[in-house]
Design a protein around this ligand. Structure first.
Ligand SMILES: Nc1ncnc2c1ncn2[C@@H]1O[C@H](COP(=O)(O)OP(=O)(O)OP(=O)(O)O)[C@@H](O)[C@H]1O
Ligand SMILES: [Mg+2]
Length: 510
């Protein structure tokens, strides 16, 4: 037996087969989640250990064990029981190498075939790792960094799915660090994240904690309150997609008003806003049955306090190679306002990328089930259309999407199906699990079972990026942790301290 050999294939009712293979461990140990390999007629087979169990013939019959032990004697003291204990590993064959190619196994190896721990070199080739790729974690028990090429991870979109608190945002931060750390020669894309909880604004911190890297120079932080959508850039159709309620006649009249205002703007009158549009509507020759509802509809737009004479920030300021733009939506409560911002910015970015006026980008959508829900009506899913368009067509232009969600079952199936790579952290809800099993190709029941027992920061990547499902541990982050992760005790202490300070100030003043 060579040093790396650890076991021998055994014969069972359903194993070995091209899809299941059990082996007994002769030397050392093997862990669930580890990879093993063996040579046989079809090439080198790589298998994932899906379970390990210990058996011992002395302890097989419950009544005999009870009888013997209740007499006061101990089985393991009286008999050489340790010599009969053995470890059996259940594995799932993933594929077979031959001449540099990987194929599915069509024949099983014979019982008695020697099994080795898979070598890092073979795993790197098998999972299509890329030395220059994005390092998002480590293959546990193999001490092998998970480095995936930017193209295969992101080009055809990525979904990060897990129960709340399992580590989705942490993983997204790790991904951002990798994108920000890339050198110009390796190709840098722009990253834009819509951040409903303000948890990525820590990337803009000038003085991160000790040992943390300062990414502030590479981060553009945009607060929702400062965002303005420039009215002159809006077509009637875009406006209609942002807020429903325009009848065909209203659309026609509004179209005329907007084009008149645009003409005036070009002749030197400067850009216009909704107030100017209202004035123009009041003066124009429009039937009263149309004028009234149109003005009311514009008032509704004004109430959103999102529209101005020009875009702020401009789309070109938002996307820069090698930079992260955090659009902090945490101060907005109204979902409709959040959706309008997401919809408008995503639309501008997508079309700007289509005519190559901005760099390739990754658009990251936290809480994506809120922005591209499966069930809602068109009126309440304002941003869904453009997100689905990016999901369907973005890959052709270098407009990639990363959707993050704790409720995958509520997420648009069109979007989820277009995400060619899924990274799944712990999921406990059986409905979500079932949904993921159906939407992630290449996931079998055993891997699904393993998802429920993952710990925080442990993940399964499945899809185009690695070709075969791979469990891994997300690496530690280099950037400052989100301020939201403050322990409850510290938040309580800070609150009381700030109250005490205020009281002191008032006392001193009096
Ligand atoms: N890989 C990891 N290593 C160490 N700690 C981690 C890791 N992943 C997550 N954590 C910790 O677990 C907690 C929850 O992580 P995170 O906020 O990323 O979860 P989440 O899935 O985004 O949750 P939510 O759905 O509520 O947004 C945080 O305190 C984070 O620091
Ligand atoms: Mg999160």
């Amino acid at each position: 037996m060579t040093e790396k050999e650890i076991g021998t294939v055994i014969s069972g009712i359903e194993s070995p087969s091209p899809s299941a293979l059990d082996f007994v461990v002769n030397q050392g140990v093997v862990h669930r989640g580890q990879f093993v390999e063996l040579d046989y007629s079809e090439g080198t087979m790589i298998c994932l250990v899906t379970d390990v169990f210990k058996t011992n013939r002395y302890f097989e019959r419950a009544e005999s064990v009870k009888e013997f032990e209740s007499s006061g004697a101990k089985l393991f003291e009286q008999f050489p029981t340790a010599e009969w204990e053995y470890l059996v590993a259940k594995t799932r064959p993933l594929g077979v190498f031959k001449g540099g190619l990987t194929n599915r196994a069509t024949l099983p190896p014979g019982p008695g075939t020697r099994v080795r721990i898979a070598s890092n070199e073979n795993l790197k080739v098998f999972f299509h790792f890329d030395e220059k790729g994005l390092e998002i974690g480590k293959v546990e028990n193999h001490d092998l960094p998970v480095k995936i090429s930017m193209t295969s991870l992101l080009k055809k979109h990525l979904a990060i799915l897990a129960t709340s608190g399992a580590g989705k945002s942490f993983l997204a931060s790790v991904l951002f660090e990798e994108l920000l750390d890339r050198r110009k020669e390796s190709g840098r894309i722009a990253t834009i994240v819509f951040d409903p909880h303000g948890e990525y604004s820590s990337f803009a911190d000038r003085n991160p904690g000790e040992g943390r890297i300062d990414y502030s120079a590479k981060t553009i932080l945009v607060k929702a309150a400062d965002i303005k959508i420039g009215v002159p850039k809006l077509s009637v159709n875009t406006l209609d997609s942002l807020i429903k309620g325009l009848s065909p006649v209203m659309k026609r009249e509004l179209g005329k008003v907007l084009s008149d205002l645009q003409k005036k703007m070009r002749s030197g009158k400067g850009p216009f806003d909704l107030l100017d549009a209202k004035e123009e509507i009041s003066k124009a020759e429009i039937g009263e049955n149309t004028r009234g509802p149109l003005l009311a509809w514009i008032s509704e737009l004004q109430d959103l306090r999102l529209f101005g004479k020009i875009d702020n920030p401009g789309v070109f300021d938002l996307v820069q190679p090698g930079k992260l733009t955090v659009i902090d939506l945490s101060e907005l409560i109204d979902l409709r306002r959040k959706q309008i911002i997401v919809s408008y910015i995503a639309r501008r970015l997508f079309y700007a990328r289509r005519d190559k006026s901005v760099p390739p980008f990754l658009l990251v959508l936290e809480e994506s089930h809120q922005f591209c829900p499966q069930q809602s009506s068109e009126e309440t899913a304002i941003s869904r259309g453009i997100i689905q368009t990016i999901a369907r067509e973005g890959r052709k232009f270098g407009a990639s999407l990363c959707v993050i969600s704790q409720r995958p079952i509520q997420l648009s199936t069109t979007v989820l199906a277009q995400c060619n790579t899924h990274i799944i952290l712990r999921i406990t809800n059986p409905y979500d699990l079932k949904h993921i099993g159906e939407s992630s190709e290449g996931l079998d029941n055993r891997s699904l079972d393993m998802i429920t027992s993952l710990r925080v920061g442990e993940a399964l990547i499945v899809g185009e990026a690695t070709h075969y499902p791979l469990f891994f541990k997300v690496r530690q982050r280099k950037s400052q942790e989100s301020r939201h992760e403050m322990p409850l005790e510290k938040a309580a202490l800070d609150f009381e301290a700030s109250k005490d300070d205020k009281k002191k100030e008032i006392e001193e003043f009096l």
